[in-house]
Design a protein around this ligand. Structure first.
Ligand code: SF4
Length: 339
């Protein structure tokens, strides 16, 4: 968006505050679209056309854009993918971003493979909090869901993360009816006396993931099931928090619910996303994107980048479309966004 175009609509640019008064303070940066798993709810079975390496943001570009966002008011950054651990420069990226003045939290979401070797070094680099995706506690089912026999590697990654002092370690479980919903109680039993938080994520529609509404297990149903065996006490969270969190009374572990399908939280959304090829996405489910990479590579200075970001935020939608419509909007596959 050119400065002249912005001059036409200055009312749209208020830094990271959108037309609905939502202040965006949380940036999710996808470092790659590559992954060493093939989870059906994330990666289309036929795979995706990987972004050519020259089109991916370099380490310097990631750090520069992160510094622009932090200068505008972002105080939490989450590193995602694809799978962020496939980047060899991850520790360097993490330490440079963690050093940005004004950043409070540096988080990462990972599938946990090779985390057993890197959990401690990433913590030393400045990573504060870790979320590990795991949708089953059964090896055979892990193979079915991810098409890879990496169950032991993930479990070793979880143990190494706890040993490295991340607490709690958050476990993201995408609950799919008829696939893994019979393990809901097993996950809580596994986690109840450890510094683990199991986050039950409602199954979301993305291009190529064969989503169907009947596959969604509403959070209210999961909560009801858990309350037949555990006492859940609400945990006070940030108004823009993605998950509804509950303590397991009498236990160390906790649970969370990410309810974007049956109880969406768009009204308090504070999230922006940067894709691995440098596009700004103001909403997970909306296909609109703006290339910050191209502006960078064309020599734009930080002010011009800030203006472009502010304009995009100014155009952000109030909420995501109804779940049945989401796969028809021409969005990217989940693996290309990073959740
Ligand atoms: S769907 Fe979009 S607007 Fe709603 S919470 Fe997610 S990112 Fe925010």
């Amino acid at each position: 968006m050119t400065a002249s175009a912005l001059a036409l609509a200055p009312e749209l640019a208020h830094g990271l505050v959108d037309r609905f008064g939502r202040r965006h303070t949380y940036l999710r940066i996808s470092l790659t679209d590559r992954c060493n798993l093939r989870c059906g709810y994330c990666m289309p079975p036929e795979g995706i056309a990987w972004t050519p390496r020259p089109s991916l943001l370099t380490e310097d570009e990631v750090v520069r854009l992160a510094s622009v966002f932090v200068h505008m008011g972002i105080d939490k950054i989450r590193l995602t993918g694809g799978e962020p651990l496939v980047r060899r420069d991850l520790e360097s990226i993490a330490s440079r971003i963690a050093a940005l003045p004004g950043l409070s939290i540096l988080a990462m979401t990972t599938n946990g493979i090779s985390l057993d070797r890197r959990a401690a070094s990433l913590r030393a680099a400045g990573l504060n909090t870790l979320t590990i995706s795991l949708d089953t506690l059964r090896r055979d089912r892990f193979l079915e869901i991810t098409k890879r026999d990496s169950f032991d590697a993930v479990m070793a990654g979880i143990e190494a993360s706890l040993a490295a002092g991340y607490a709690p370690v958050k476990i993201n479980m995408v609950v799919m009816r008829g696939v893994n919903d019979d393990e809901i109680e097993d996950f809580v039993t596994w986690a109840q006396d450890r510094p683990l938080q199991i986050r039950f994520i409602e199954y979301m529609p993305f291009p190529g993931n064969h989503w169907h509404k009947a596959g969604v297990v509403p959070w209210s149903e999961i909560r009801e099931r858990l309350e037949t065996r555990w006492r859940l006490a609400p945990i006070a969270v940030h108004p823009s928090a993605v998950a509804k969190e509950f303590a397991l009374v009498g236990h160390q572990g906790s649970v969370g619910f990410v309810t974007s399908m049956t109880d969406s939280f768009c009204g308090t959304c504070n999230r922006l996303r940067l894709t691995s090829d440098g596009n700004l996405k103001t909403c997970l489910f909306h296909p609109a994107e703006q290339s910050l990479r191209d502006a960078l590579r064309a020599g734009a200075d930080d002010d011009a980048i800030e203006t472009q970001i502010a304009y995009a935020v100014g155009l952000k939608q109030a909420a995501h479309a109804p779940m049945e419509e989401l796969t028809r909007l021409g969005n990217r596959a989940m693996v290309e966004i990073g959740g």
